[in-house]
Design a protein around this ligand. Sequence first.
Ligand SMILES: Nc1ncnc2c1ncn2[C@@H]1O[C@H](COP(=O)(O)OP(=O)(O)O)[C@@H](O)[C@H]1O
Ligand SMILES: [Mg+2]
Length: 241
Amino acid sequence: MSTLIKIENIKKDYVTGDVTTSVLKGISFEVKDGEFISIMGSSGSGKSTLMYVLGFLDKPTSGKYYFEDQDTSKLDEDKLAEFRNEKIGFIFQSYNLLQRTSVLDNVLLPATYFVGGDLKKAEREARKLLKRVGLGHRIDHRPNQLSGGEQQRVAIVRSLVNNPRLILADEPTGNLDSKSGEEIMEILQDLNNEGRTIIMVTHEKYTAECAKRILHIKDGKIIEDEIVNDRKMANNGDYEK
Ligand SMILES: Nc1ncnc2c1ncn2[C@@H]1O[C@H](COP(=O)(O)OP(=O)(O)O)[C@@H](O)[C@H]1O
Ligand SMILES: [Mg+2]
């Protein structure tokens, strides 16, 4: 398996006035193509900060970040934006959908920023994916007409529309009841089975154990890198809260 991501001694400080807060305190790991990794830790441990760094939404204070063997500190803003849009799909706890825009147009939004992308093809793909996640009849609805679980499924389809190599999901089941959460995890496991690389943040043990590997983070450091032996499969009903 080829290496998709390599980070070495990543640190992130936030400076507010005279106060510097060290949030990431030297994080190193590698991600191979096809992995499904959970990042698990309590609130405030730095999980979202790490996801922002991995997704080029924020820059580390120091350390090295290689994506597809490229030193990302050498990429300019345009190139980073291109990477972000075309190589990474994002899923957030709060779905982050536009409420006044139809399901289909929400899903197509990243494709409209894909320079050289084929919008017609993206629309065909979007319709197919929406059907696949059970939302074929919701294509013209607005997000606020959907349940939380349905909105998160829309967000998953949006994350896939540019066919990214990597999906970053920050607490994707955090706002959902256990049944809707299980449906989301089943979709993520299916996507990973098809070869998509996934990094997911969670603070729930059961959700974390749906992945193949868990990085435990505490106070801005990885304290354990665990291979999941007794993996939970969402479609077997293994999933619970
Ligand atoms: N933009 C920011 N400025 C200052 N402090 C921040 C900022 N973002 C996050 N923090 C702090 O960094 C710590 C880690 O936050 P975060 O990465 O969101 O943790 P988690 O996602 O694990 O709950 C928290 O103490 C938070 O208050
Ligand atoms: Mg967070």
